[in-house]
Design a protein around this ligand. Structure first.
Ligand code: ANZ
Ligand code: ZN
Length: 809
């Protein structure tokens, strides 16, 4: 027989599957629906090994679900708008649209060579006008519901990409795309009111997400329960947010963020120079720099606030450790019990008053070394003295303060509204029209989509490139019919991925974002992708679904019933793969050398899928050889060799216990152990081929079950085997085999036999063997018998399932 040659079979089967429409999803087909989805890629030019890693395991699992009788929807598309496409287009001096659609064509071909069960009939790119039309429709709907609005405010600005960024796109003070430190600018911008859903987004009852993702989202939303306290100042009342109203009597000064609106009004003439210089310097620092531990900086405004209970005059300072964008941008400082306030008081010699004391502790010394952050009871607080203080005990205190008109219960979130518009070209045009007479008007629905114009000079300048297209820009007002101008911003491209999973249900539907008649396919049952999307994309898409639900478009609370993250494949050196490091592995080369089935198998085998790990260029030979052995198992004549003493039960045990394990491992997405189980089973079957079991119905059953188990992992070779064995149809529509539970447990055990403590042989006996039976089997062993010859047995020990020891003299 011929040797395994993936190149002779893979292309052939890919064509055949396509011709047969084998992977075209039919919603009316029998079986419970199962919607499996892998995060769609950017059309970045070509698929890298990371794409393969992210896709082959979910593909295998989707195939497994299908073989188990589920009606599986497994679509794919392209997240086509955005800076990567634009930057690549600039670099290659070519129109982003041309570049994007070329990339898509190439990458689709690569996906096909991967041998996935993707239903390509549903493919779309988010840059298709047919798709982004619904971004525009949603935006107008959001606007009508008060969920989209425009306001002036401080925004993050990336000086390299020349555009604003959402808070979520700023990582450690830098642009998440290009790493440039982000600046702050005061601009009039579009926002989406995601904060309306802050509480609901903290509730994960309807979605099964990894702990890490839940934690990251929870921290991002950053819910803080506390109170608002108002202090009188010469510039009017100033309300601060505090999580520790129990420390109110210890508030010895007030601090404003440098950008706070009252700074100028509170600054006295003597302090003006110092304050202005300080504010200017702070503007050049990022939020992260400002919050870093270390020397606290600040400046006195010259003014005082009135403490709401004691009536004392407390100095008002400006310092950059107070953030303009959190709470009210001002704080009551309690140096005795807050680390940052303590450091500040120390640096500027401000008073420190103890108001919380741990049970039985001494009073705080005059010059304390550190603040008391532990729990305790209230002291130096007048009528509050003796009440328990601390974060978890504030309810009673807030109630009292509320009654006195001094405070109000308040919950604050770190989450900000989603800054939504961008000053870039390659995105969805914001569907608004500005009329001098009528103001801002949404584009009427029947005029959607507002298409992105072609041939626009889009090199970033800080201005929206669409401004340069006068012809496109000028339009008529939908209200008065007079001359008007289009909004020239484009949407954040995270809008595209916020609802794309709905579009696959009916990718060309033109009566709405998706056909409501297909809603029964929702939600996505299993969503897979990288952990790097834990906040941005996942939070936005959860928000979008909740709005869609409130609009009556879906009854789902969550887009994804379950989320699982894969790890990352690193370079062979353990570093992240990148062109500059020169450690990039090209999957196309691997497919040319080894075939897609081997690359698939290796990527599932290389590491626990959720962890990932370094590439191993030697390691791929293991799976390559393994598939060669599998091939020979089926197609090579019976190999001569030592006859193996295997029984039907031995072979059935090997097959069914492996089948059981593989099923369990598919369920929990442990792909590397699936492959190792199949590898072990191959060894067992190679042995069985040289045993009396060969050629019997048990042998035939083994080959059939193995063939089916192989199908999700290595779909081409499995299909070839299926056909060669004369089976009808495709292995990929065949049923997943049933475990014979009785066969999957072994009733015999192999245990060692010792003679006077030295192992002399092994015997296979029934698990329920009596001592007599066990010893008889032991004595029948040739080696053991040799060592018993001429000796007197003094003692016989049998530990069931473990050992037999015959002690002789
Ligand atoms: C008095 C106090 C005493 C505070 C104490 C803490 C401990 P989280 O939990 O993160 O919500 N704060 C309020 N607004 C701020 C801003 N714009 N920039 C920097 N810090 C700000 O933090 C809430 C606490 O952070 C608030 O409670 C306030 O300090 C400070 F022993 O008020 B606290
Ligand atoms: Zn008008």
């Amino acid at each position: 027989a011929e040797r395994y040659n993936p190149h002779a079979i893979e292309g052939k089967w890919q064509e055949q599957w396509e011709k047969d429409g084998l992977y075209t999803f039919n919603e009316d087909a029998p079986g419970e629906k199962y919607y499996a989805l892998t995060m769609f890629p950017y059309p970045s030019g070509n698929l890298h090994i990371g794409h393969w890693y992210a896709n082959v395991a979910p593909d295998a699992r989707a195939r497994w679900m299908r073989m188990r009788g589920f009606n599986v929807l497994f679509p794919m598309g392209f997240d086509a708008f955005g800076l990567p496409a634009e930057n690549a287009a600039i670099k290659n001096n070519i129109d982003p649209a041309i570049w994007t659609y070329k990339s898509i064509e190439y990458m689709t071909g690569q996906f096909r060579r991967m041998g996935t069960m993707i239903d390509w009939s549903r493919q779309f790119a988010t840059s298709d006008p047919e798709y982004y039309r619904w971004n525009q429709w949603f935006f107008i709907e959001f606007y009508k519901r008060g969920l989209a609005y425009k306001k002036d405010g401080l925004v993050n600005w990336c000086p390299k990409d020349q555009t604003v960024l959402a808070n979520e796109q700023v990582v450690n003070g830098a642009c998440e795309r290009c790493g440039t430190p982000v600046e702050r600018r005061n601009l009039n911008q579009w926002y989406l009111r995601i904060t309306d859903y802050a509480d609901e987004l903290l509730d994960f009852t309807h979605t099964d997400m990894p702990d890490k993702v839940r934690l990251m989202q929870t921290n991002w939303i950053g819910k803080s329960v506390g109170a608002e306290v108002t202090f009188d100042t010469p510039a009017g009342p100033e309300t601060v947010f505090t999580t520790r109203p129990d420390t109110l009597m210890g508030a010895t000064f007030m601090v404003l963020a440098p950008e706070h609106a009252k700074v100028a009004a509170l600054t006295t003439p003597e302090q003006r120079g110092a304050v202005e210089a300080y504010v200017k310097a702070a503007g050049r620092k990022t939020d992260v720099e400002r919050q870093q531990e270390g020397e606290k900086t600040g400046v006195f405004t010259g003014s005082f606030a009135t403490h709401p209970i004691s009536g004392h005059q407390v100095p008002i300072w400006v310092a950059d450790y107070v953030l303009a964008t959190y709470g009210s941008g001002s704080i009551m400082a309690v140096p005795a019990h807050d680390e940052r306030d303590f450091a500040f008081a120390r640096a500027f010699d401000l008073p420190i008053v103890e108001v919380i004391r741990a049970e039985g502790a001494d009073p705080m010394p005059e010059n304390p070394e550190a603040p008391t952050v532990s729990e305790g009871v209230m002291v130096n607080s007048g009528e509050f003295d003796g009440m328990p203080g601390g974060k978890d005990n504030i309810a009673a205190i807030v109630e009292k303060l509320e009654a006195q008109g001094v405070a109000r219960a308040k919950t604050t979130y770190r989450l900000r509204d989603w800054l939504f518009a961008r000053q870039r070209y390659w995105g969805t045009p914001v569907p608004f029209i500005h009329c001098q007479k009528c103001g801002m008007q949404p584009v009427p629905y029947d005029q959607l989509p507002v298409e992105l114009p072609k041939n626009v000079e889009f090199t970033p300048t800080g201005q929206s490139p669409l401004k340069l297209d006068r012809e496109w820009r000028s339009t008529t007002c939908p209200n008065c019919g007079g001359p008007a101008e289009r909004d020239t911003d484009t949407m954040d491209t995270f809008v595209d991925s916020s609802w794309y999973m709905y579009r696959y249900l009916s990718p060309h539907y033109d009566g709405g974002p998706f056909d409501p008649g297909k809603a029964k396919l929702l939600p996505v049952d299993l969503y897979t992708g990288g952990i790097e999307h834990a906040i941005l994309h996942l939070l936005y898409s959860r928000f979008w679904t909740k709005v869609m639900r409130d609009m009556g478009l879906t009854t789902q609370h969550e887009p994804f019933a379950m989320l699982r993250n894969q790890g990352m494949i690193l370079g062979e050196d353990g570093e992240k793969m990148s062109k500059s490091r020169g450690n990039v592995i090209d999957p196309d080369n691997l497919v040319r050398e080894y075939g897609a089935d081997t690359v698939r198998t290796f990527l599932m085998f290389i590491a626990p899928w959720e962890l990932g790990g370094p590439w191993d260029s030697q390691g791929i030979n293991g799976p390559a050889k393994w598939l060669g052995r599998v091939w020979n198992l089926y197609f090579e004549d019976k190999t001569p060799g030592p006859d193996e003493k295997l029984t039907d039960a031995d072979v059935r045990f090997a097959v069914h216990s492996a089948l059981k394990k593989v099923g369990d491992d598919f369920e929990r997405m442990s792909f590397n152990t699936i492959i190792s189980t199949l590898m072990e089973l191959t060894n067992a079957l190679v042995k069985a081929k040289r045993s009396p079991v060969y050629g019997t119905p048990v042998w035939d059953e083994a080959l059939d079950i193995f063939n089916r188990m192989l199908a999700p992992i290595a779909p081409h070779i499995a299909e070839e085997i299926w056909q060669e064995r004369g089976q009808a149809g495709s292995v990929h529509t065949a049923q997943w085999p049933q475990v014979d539970e009785a066969a999957a447990v072994r009733d015999t055990v192999t245990i060692g036999v010792q003679v006077s403590g030295k192992v002399r042989g092994e015997v296979s006996i029934s698990k329920t063997a009596t001592q007599e039976e066990a010893l008889a089997a032991a004595r029948a062993n040739e080696e053991v018998a040799k060592h018993l010859e001429g000796k007197t047995v003094v003692k016989e020990i049998y530990v069931p399932g473990r050992i037999i020891n015959i002690v002789v003299k």
